[in-house]
Design a protein around this ligand. Sequence first.
Ligand SMILES: Nc1ncnc2c1ncn2[C@@H]1O[C@H](COP(=O)(O)OP(=O)(O)OP(=O)(O)O)[C@@H](O)[C@H]1O
Ligand SMILES: [Mg+2]
Length: 275
Amino acid sequence: MKTSEQAVTRTPAPAIRIDKVSRHFHDAQGEFVEALRSTSLDIAEGDFVAIVGPSGCGKSTLLNMLGGFDHPSSGRITLDGQLISGPDIDRGMVFQDYALFPWLSVLDNVMFGLRHTQSREDARAIARQWLDLVGLADFERKSPRQLSGGMKQRVAIARTFATNPRVILMDEPFGALDALTRRFLQQQLLKIWREHRKTVVFITHSVQEAVYLATRVVILTARPGQVKLDERVDLEHPRQINDPKFRDLETRIFDALDEELAKTFKLEASDGYAD
Ligand SMILES: Nc1ncnc2c1ncn2[C@@H]1O[C@H](COP(=O)(O)OP(=O)(O)OP(=O)(O)O)[C@@H](O)[C@H]1O
Ligand SMILES: [Mg+2]
């Protein structure tokens, strides 16, 4: 539900339009790889869209293009009608491989995105708040290479949230975390999304996580990725994973995914390893 102030100041839906986007690559051996084929999706302001799909179906490729770090081979991606042509502070990204700067300390990594908008003092204070929230207050002087995978992931999350972006793009952000930290950060993300009406695009391999968090779950087909199913999740937060409605939706999504997983494994076998 939007407040009247947001209704006045925010632009009407859809905020993000992915319009017949295809992306292909030539890999290191010069082979043609079609990652996405004519994929279309409208994402409204304030939506929380979870994207699931088999490994290699183009999820990261799509998110990288939303972030402006990559560009479609054909088709268009717009934010409020403006073509996304590069990264911008209105879109914050948590990359699948964290993408921390190894030469900067943990604190400087989190301060990095604030350097143009805040004084050094304010940037440090904001970064420390976020490091505290993700449980890394005592690690600010460390270098990323001194951290575990889950800790790096938490630094990447702190770095993204610290800049307070309007659109949050997250590529399997909680994948390397233990169950308790994951649960805590899921709650933090929901809180931020609800209180500040962010637009979130969230890639996950966990169907349960998708149904637990999102307003919509989008399932991509095996490569080349296209939208196979787009399910609205009409369940109040906090959601109960034992709720029969939760379970029904989870089952429907699993069924759709199973078909695509079967195709993926056949595809990979034909890539050369079968014989
Ligand atoms: N820069 C690139 N050069 C060549 N091929 C690429 C490149 N980026 C992605 N691909 C290929 O595009 C396809 C989609 O990759 P992508 O990383 O988007 O998959 P994904 O759905 O995120 O997979 P996962 O769930 O394993 O992270 C894969 O076949 C991958 O090998
Ligand atoms: Mg990926």
